[in-house]
Every structure is written in C-alpha cells, then in structure tokens.
Design a binder for this molecule. Structure first.
Ligand code: 9MR
Length: 378
C-alpha cells in the first residue's frame, strides 16, 4: 500500500467514525426534559419566589429554567406587595419576574389581581377603619387592575383575575370584597382586566375544586360571566392534594364539568403533601393553622422508600389523568420548584419537612419525572 493511499484510508475511516459518533448524539437520544416532553400536551409550569429570579437561589433557578415552560409569581404580584399604600405602586420585583420569564422563553402568568388574602388593609376601609362604599371599592379595584394589567400588556399572557372567592360548601366567601360588593366584584374584575389588555387570557382560580358543591358554584359563575359577554378563558383547579384526597375520580369529574362550560382547565398550584394533617382534606385555606408537634413531622430525617414510592405513584396517576385530558388542559403548574421551596413545609403546621414537588432538595428529579416523560410517548 502506498503512503498516499494509506493516509486517504485513514482520513475516510476517521470521517466515518466521527459521523457515527455524531449520529449517536442527535437530540432524539438526549434525555428529554419535562419541558420538551410535554411541549405538545400543555405548558408545564412552576411558581417562582423572588430569590429564584433575582440570582439568589441559583439551584432552583437552574431547575426551573431546564424543566419548566411556564411561570407564575408565588407572592410578588399580590396586591399587598404591588400597592402597599393607595396610589403607591411597587413594581421592582414584578418587573424582574416578567423580564426573567421573557429571557427564559416562558409562558408568563400573573397572580393574582383580586384576592381577599394578601390584600393591603387600606383597600377596603376609609380613614376611620369603616368599610368603604361599593362605589369607592369599585374605583379602587379598577385603578389597581388597570394599572397592573396595562403595565405588562402583551408580556403577561394570562391573569388569575379572581382567586378563591368560593367556600368548600359552594357558598360565597364572606370576605370584605363580598361584604361590600356582593358577587358583583367578580364580573367587575374580569371587565376591568379585559379593558386593560383585550388580548390577555383571564382566569378564575380556586382550591378543593374536586368537591362537587364548590365546583358546581364555579360552573355557575363561569356561565354567568359568559352570559354577560365577559371574557373568561380558563378555570384554575389548584392542586393542593394529599395522599388520600381527593380521589382521582372526583378530580376528573370536576375537570369534566368545568370543561363542559367551554373554558379550558388549568391545574394550578400542584403539590402533593406526604405529611399527616390535623384536619384532613383542607385544600389551601391559608387562615387555618396548627401548632407544631413532633408527631406531625415524621420525615424530618428523610423519606422511607415505601412512602417515597407511594408518593411517586400517586403523582404519576394524577399526571396520567392530565395527559388523558390534555385536549382540555392548557397548563399544569407546580406550586414551587424543589421540595425545599414548598409552602407545604410551613402549612398548615409550621417548620415541617415535606416532599411535595417534582424535584428534591438537591434539585434532582424524582422518579415520577421520567414516568411522566415516558407517558407522553404512549
Ligand atoms: O405560597 C404562598 C405562600 O408563600 C404565602 O405565604 C401564602 C400567603 O397566603 O400564599 C401562598 O400561595 C397561595 C396562593 O397565592 C393562592 N392559593 C393558595 C396558595 C398557598 O397558600
């Protein structure tokens, strides 16, 4: 073999080898992330706290960027933070949140325009502490909603307009909003939000929606809003669930009744607590709290394999249900990134160690993440 021929052979063998290695590394064989795997099904979202979009909690920030396609602000857009004093708006953190979402190609949701909780005290009362008139409250709501929604027009894609206005038995929550304006505060809020950004999606969001009485009132509410020609795109079923509540069947029934009104359904605020609760099936009534007791915090040193497997299997069953109804569901959002971030560690009992989210305290995916990815291919 002459020298030239030898060198040529070596060259072509090398090219072929590189080609073979390259083929083995095509994107198809790279491990898909949750975000990629669910891309044709629904957005997969997470709630972000300020430290996660301000360069402080870089662990959860990385996990959020890599795995999720949608974000919602856990606290920074609530009215007590955005307008702590009448007419004095504070947008620094909300601005950062939206900029972070844009930089990371996220579907950006705003949470929440009208909620009885985490609202500033001044909103409902006059200088003597008495309830304001319906006219004044209407004006204040209009000003808050218009200012906030207009600021992020075209950038925030959907708003939780009204949060948690209905109690678990299906009756109206007797909040200051309801006391002063009756049910009317809801259509007014939807109207003001739509006027401020006619293209933005508008949502009603609530917990314990698998309870038939509660779901029935939400269904009626959606119908009434639609009858009045108001825009409502979706209902958010908050998914603050436990190991034995609600049943999958009850959750599915509610999902189907909500979808039958013609709106989309979003699973918002999903987390699965593994801890014992002094008051079972309590949804997310933030006003209900219990004192810390050691017996209520059984997994402070770690989760036994059997419990962790049971958790994984239940979370997997819920995702299987979401995938089954992916034609009706536009977004599934976890209420937090990693277990360490979850509000469940402090509610309804403070200072516990819960394991409620898809990523553990070190930011590693739990086995259910791969199960979900596999299910998207079925
Ligand atoms: O996760 C939020 C937590 O950090 C706050 O302390 C709490 C205050 O009410 O609100 C939590 O988020 C709530 C959400 O905004 C509305 N649905 C229930 C959520 C859990 O309480």
């Amino acid at each position: 073999m002459n020298y030239k021929f030898f060198m040529k052979t070596i060259f072509y063998v090398g090219v072929l080898a590189l080609f073979a290695v390259g083929c083995g590394q095509t994107p198809q064989s790279k491990t898909a992330t949750l975000r990629d795997a669910l891309k044709d099904k629904f957005y997969i979202g997470t709630a972000l706290s300020v430290s996660q979009f301000s360069g402080i909690d870089t662990l959860s920030e990385r996990v959020a960027k890599e795995n999720f396609s949608a974000i919602v602000p856990e606290n920074c857009m609530k009215s007590m933070f955005l307008q702590p004093k009448e007419g004095e708006f504070f947008f620094d953190e909300a601005d950062k949140y939206v900029a972070w979402g844009e930089a990371n190609n996220m579907w950006i949701t705003g949470h929440c325009l009208v909620w009885h909780s985490q609202a500033p005290d001044w909103l409902f009362v006059d200088e003597n502490g008495n309830n304001v008139s319906p006219e004044i409250l209407t004006e204040r709501l209009k000003n808050h909603i218009t200012t906030v929604v207009s600021r992020y027009k075209g950038r925030i894609k959907g708003w939780d307009v009204v949060n948690e206005a209905i109690l678990d038995d299906g009756s109206w929550r007797n909040s200051k909003l309801y006391e002063i304006l009756g049910e009317e505060f809801i259509p007014l809020a939807f109207q003001f939000a739509h006027e401020a950004d006619p293209d933005v999606e508008l949502y009603y969001n609530d917990y314990s929606m698998a309870l038939p009485a509660k779901c029935a009132t939400v269904v009626e509410l959606v119908k009434k809003l639609k009858e009045r020609g108001l825009r409502i795109d979706a209902v958010g079923m908050q998914g603050h669930i436990g190991m034995d509540y609600p049943t999958l069947e009850a959750f599915e029934n509610s999902l189907l009744s909500l979808a039958s009104t013609g709106v989309k359904v979003m699973i918002t605020e999903l987390d699965l607590t593994v801890l014992p609760s002094p008051n079972p099936n309590m949804g997310a009534a933030v006003e209900t709290n219990f004192d810390y007791q050691k017996e209520l915090n059984p997994y402070a040193e770690g989760l036994p394999d059997s419990v962790s497997q049971a958790w994984d299997s239940r979370m997997g069953e819920f995702f299987a249900l979401f995938l089954k109804h992916s034609d009706k569901i536009t977004r599934v959002t976890l209420w937090g990134v990693c277990d360490k971030d979850s509000w469940r560690n402090d509610w309804p009992v403070p200072g516990r160690t819960d394991y409620a989210l898809l990523f553990d305290r070190q930011g590693n995916p739990k086995p259910v993440v791969q199960t979900i990815i596999n299910k998207t291919k079925e």
